[in-house]
Write a protein that binds this ligand. Structure first.
Ligand code: ADP
Length: 344
């Protein structure tokens, strides 16, 4: 069985094709800078056209969709109604869902009779307990407006948790794990017996850890202050929090390799802030989980930087806990989820 996965971003399209009988990657291509000046590829449609693929030979196409709201907690075969509902979720993920939708629409045009399956980043966290996913806001904010914590990077946390179980030679249902997806976007997850019971990202992927360009947790009163006292518009505040904060905001750079090699004091400060925040989350998840079988690192920073891993773990508090470093494969996880849907 052949399953293709499309991870469509605003200016990129990542495509992977798997033989699901062997779980082998048969073909992969990353098209970047779509629609940008001097780029040959102007649209997502052209990006798909540039692939060396016979779409009629596929059994399904899986699509990464970042936000599934409170509507989608399972991989879902896309039809007109599902697509409409995903479009309705755009206000919850304005940076991500439109590009995901574009990928689905373009692929549907190419492969009319092949199931297109949406796999949601939020789905893995759907079973968090209420005390984890509710904000202490007036309850009607949740009931009427669906304002709650959703969590993201679900396919990655899920993938590395299953890989951890294989490495530890235990059933996932016997394990308590803390998974750390540390990339440009970053999140932590407390996984009890295979279920996400808490995660650092919330209503949007802005909450939690100090990221490349995102602030993570801040006092929400700062947003009021920025608007009331400094006269910033809603859009300006949005841009500051999502694009101008995090490591970039503190030291002007967000490539962690550069920060590590820099002698500049602010680069060190930015890394210290990032590391401290990760430590605080690990500590709080240890308190929630009780026994922790392993702390698992993944994502560009988590997989590649022993310097950052060592700094995060430089406390005796972590003695005796297994540390795993696992390369994530969100596309393979999406293909596995598609297989689950097709087999039902
Ligand atoms: P994204 O969230 O964009 O998918 P990635 O998971 O690709 O991000 O991670 C990108 C981050 O990983 C960048 O900050 C980059 O500097 C960092 N990174 C990659 N390799 C290394 C390395 N060897 N040492 C430290 N950081 C690294």
């Amino acid at each position: 069985m052949k399953i293709a996965v499309i991870n469509s971003g605003s200016s990129s399209l990542k495509f992977k094709l798997f033989d699901m009988d062997t779980k082998e990657l048969i073909y992969s291509k990353l098209v970047e800078n779509i629609g940008e000046k001097n780029s040959k590829v102007k649209t997502h449609h052209e990006a798909l056209e540039s692939l060396d693929i016979d779409f009629s030979s596929l059994d399904a196409i899986g699509h990464r969709v970042v936000h599934g709201g409170d509507e989608f907690h399972m991989p879902t075969i896309v039809n007109d109604e599902v697509l409409k509902k995903i479009k309705n979720l755009i206000p919850l993920a304005p940076l991500h869902n439109p590009a995901n939708i574009e990928g689905i629409e373009v692929a549907c045009g190419y492969a009319l009779n092949i199931p297109q399956i949406a796999v949601f980043d939020t789905a893995f966290h759907f079973h968090m307990p209420r005390e984890a996913y509710l904000y202490a806001l007036p309850f009607e904010m949740y009931e009427k407006h669906k304002i709650r914590r959703y969590g993201f990077h679900g396919t990655s946390h899920s993938f590395v948790s299953k890989e951890s179980a294989k490495i530890l030679k235990k059933d996932l249902s016997e394990l308590n794990l803390i998974t750390l997806h540390l990339g440009n976007g970053a999140s932590a997850c407390a996984i009890q017996k295979g279920i996400s019971i808490d995660t650092s990202m919330g209503f949007t992927p802005l909450e939690g850890l100090v990221m490349g360009t995102r602030s993570g947790d801040i006092d929400p009163a700062i947003l009021i202050y920025l608007q009331k006292e400094l006269g910033l518009s809603v859009d300006e505040v949005d841009k500051i929090l999502n694009k101008k904060s995090g490591l970039l905001g503190i030291c002007g750079k967000n490539d962690v390799r550069e920060l590590i090699n820099s002698k500049d004091e602010k680069s060190k400060l930015a890394l210290d802030m990032m590391i401290r925040r990760v430590k605080k989350y690990i500590g709080s998840y240890m308190a929630l989980l009780g026994d922790v079988d392993a702390i698992v690192f993944t994502g560009g920073i988590g997989e590649n930087s022993d310097y950052i891993r060592d700094k995060i773990l430089d406390s005796a508090f972590f003695n005796g806990i297994k540390i795993l470093v696992i390369k994530t494969d969100e596309e393979l996880e999406i293909a596995n989820e598609c297989l689950r849907v097709l087999r039902v």
